[in-house]
Write a protein that binds this ligand. Structure first.
Ligand code: CS2
Length: 525
């Protein structure tokens, strides 16, 4: 089912409309087991069955909510141990709030608050790395879930293999408590192999074929260990470890102070770590869980053999277009995605990339109406109450775009077409992150962080024009992989659009790319 918007759980969430008059006293008590404000909370699971790496907002508004639905309908020892990678903020707040936090489901019609109550413990990996290894080895843990972002997998964008030059990976391979996610998984599985209990490692990040990709990287880590140190664990992987793929979807913006205040007002209690999220939520999962799994279907999860199709649908149509909206929007001065998508120029680019480049590149999952899916995307991007920032979506473009654009771009190129709107995505990205001397992309672009920013800025500072910048970034740095690096006409088109943005403004570049993409077949380059 696509696009359900129910609030998960048997327990009715508390709601307030946009002009709700609920007031919170300044001395509202802190959220906790005895103080759940106005929201009914489901029973806490007694034991943990899931270890989750990456205790950010997305996990708390997605897998945790589905797990609550599973517990409500089918029970089971499926409590979650949440592991934050470095920051202790969420962990400390969870402990101070008896593992409770709220999810605020936000739409222009109002805000509904629910409390999942699925975590049984939480800790920080950086300060207790040995607990991560012990947790993965613990036979009562039967599923490890991951939301560590595209950035957290320590692989080379150019080769897609484990980055053995990454200092964390390098250190993890030489022993000691592991600090990279792949090192933690490999060392945890190495320790678990002694008992041999079956387990699933479930990536919930926006990576193509995220299960296969994670398995490949873990295996490469084990193969890179000295001598035959990894051999036994590799056999254990063959026998008892599954890496199912999954597609996750829910727009979860960063929490703001205003959001916190409005959640407190609805709750009647103070929650330090509420998570705002859109009403839409979706999870497509490949059913390979040798140690069992929660009844996530209770929350609407789609268990399917077509996860690869769902991933393409989401990573290209939603995420790929999202990036385009974010970079164009930022260049036009829009602070948020809803502010950007209501601008005709940005909407025309989004429509064109969907129609000409992303939709033709995918195999639509059985039963999904792709036209309805696209209409729903525009409604989701337009959710003005959510305040999803262009700088948040534009952050980490060097790793995110690597997942979103090369394959659809190459498919178009092989059809003999130029993917003008994907070229515009890259041009807008470069204009935001690596502006040529004299070009100011504005404050929202400046707020985007990216591991490649410094390298790109150095290139931009010494490039004569957009063509040179594109050639050195896309071909030289192989920012979007080997294949696209070798496509000279595509790279030249990116450079041309960078120059158009700089000389004539972003609207001129949008008009140029949209016109080229919608030109009648035959007259198209
Ligand atoms: C966004 C995603 O930040 C981004 O790049 O495209 O975080 C998007 O909001 C989620 O994938 C939605 O499921």
């Amino acid at each position: 089912m696509l696009g359900f918007t129910k609030i998960i759980g048997d327990h009715p969430p508390r709601c307030a409309g946009p002009r709700g008059r609920i007031r919170v006293s300044i001395e509202a008590p802190r959220l906790g087991r005895t103080e759940t404000g106005s929201v009914a909370v489901g029973r806490a699971p007694e034991r943990a069955g899931i270890l989750h790496l990456g205790l950010g907002s997305f996990h708390r508004a997605h897998q945790a909510v589905y797990t609550r639905a599973a517990l409500d309908r089918s029970g089971g020892d499926w409590g979650i141990v949440g592991v934050a990678s470095r920051s202790s903020a969420v962990v400390d707040a969870l402990h101070a709030q008896d593992m409770l936090y709220s999810v605020a489901t936000i739409s222009p019609a109002g805000t509904a608050v629910s409390i999942p109550n699925t975590h049984v413990d939480a800790f920080v990996a950086a300060t207790a790395p040995e607990r991560v290894v012990a947790g993965i080895a613990d036979p009562s843990i039967r599923v490890v879930t991951l939301t560590v972002t595209e950035n957290g997998y320590s692989y080379s964008a150019a080769t897609q293999h484990l980055d053995l030059d990454d200092p964390l990976v390098h250190a993890d391979l030489s022993g000691g408590a592991p600090r990279s996610t792949i090192g933690q998984l490999a060392r945890g599985l190495q320790s678990r192999a002694v008992d041999g209990a079956p387990i699933a490692i479930l990536s919930c990040d926006n990576l193509a074929a995220n299960g296969r990709h994670t398995e490949k990287l873990v295996r490469e880590f084990l193969q890179a260990l000295p001598g035959s140190e990894g051999a036994e664990t590799l056999s254990y992987l063959d026998a008892a470890v599954a890496f199912p793929s999954s597609m996750v979807d829910r727009i979860v913006p960063a929490t703001t102070a205003a959001m916190r205040r409005s959640v407190d007002a609805i709750l009647g209690a103070t929650d330090e770590i509420p998570v705002p999220a859109e009403p839409f939520t979706m999870w497509a999962i490949e059913d390979r869980f040798p140690g069992g799994r929660p009844d996530w279907e209770a929350g609407g999860a789609v268990v399917t053999s077509e996860v690869a199709r769902y991933e393409q649908l989401k990573v290209r149509l939603l995420n790929g277009t999202h990036s385009l909206i974010a970079y164009l929007g930022a260049l036009r001065g829009a602070a948020t995605i809803p502010e950007a998508i209501v601008q005709d120029a940005v909407a025309s680019a989004a429509r064109a990339v969907l129609a000409a480049e992303y939709t033709p590149s995918i195999e639509v999952p059985t039963g999904v109406d792709v036209d309805a899916y696209q209409d729903e995307l525009f409604a989701r991007w337009g959710n003005s109450a959510l305040g999803h920032r262009t700088s948040q979506v534009g952050t980490d473009g060097s790793v995110k775009l690597r997942q979103r654009i090369p394959e659809p771009a190459m498919l178009a190129i092989r059809r003999g077409e130029t993917p003008h709107l994907i070229a515009l995505t890259v041009a807008a990205y470069l204009s935001c992150l690596a502006p040529l001397p004299g070009f100011d992309p504005g404050p929202h672009a400046a707020a985007m962080t990216d591991g490649a920013r410094e390298r790109l800025a150095a290139i931009a500072a010494s490039s004569r024009d957009g063509i040179e910048l594109a050639r050195r970034a896309v071909s030289g740095l192989r920012l979007f992989g080997e294949e696209l690096a070798g496509q000279d006409p595509f790279v030249a088109r990116v450079g041309e659009l960078v120059d158009t943005i700089r000389r004539h403004g972003v609207d001129a570049a949008i008009a140029d790319a949209v016109a080229a993409s919608t030109a009648p077949a035959g007259s198209r380059p």
